[in-house]
Design a protein around this ligand. Sequence first.
Ligand code: PCA
Length: 199
Amino acid sequence: MNIIVTGFEPFLDNEINPTLEVLKLLPKNIEGHNIITVRLPVLYDQCFDVLKPYIIKYNPGIIINLGLAAKRNNICLERVAINMSHSTHKDNAGVVKIDETIIKDGENAYFSKLPIRKILYKIGEKGIPVVISNTAGLYVCNNIMYHVLHYINSNNLNIKAGLIHVPFMDSQVQNKLENSLPIDTILEAVLDSIKASIE
Ligand code: PCA
């Protein structure tokens, strides 16, 4: 089986995106399955265009999109993507979306196809802070999650897919009061998410 794991480029005032650091540290093979990593731009209108050719080429059984959720203090297993983009923040092309539907005539929302409860228990039993989150926000991470799930549903594909938000990594926060996790812990959570999705 092929497994696609994506990370996002730096955005706004986040000079480092820990999801790219995770991609660099992932092994090429997990339990006999190929890991394909894809770096995505923080662009509402192009991020899925970058990912789609990889889905077509590799026909993956699992797609895990990773995103940074600055200021959150847990690994967040996102439950749902909604058909809406809205943020006063610009994407990396300067685009701002206000109350904008992602796909005209698309479903209002899609639930994650990852086994999020199983992942929660697998990560949580190690004492790593992890929650199931009921909102992925309305910025570019929700956008990629919605696009992937819409594509899977529209094409009747059998792919376990969803988005996981991760906090800052320790080395990127100056102020120790800010929420962050060691990069090794974030990596371990991602590896466990992959393994739980394989099982
Ligand atoms: N996090 C942003 C977009 C890119 C990223 O890593 C988000 O949560 O929408």
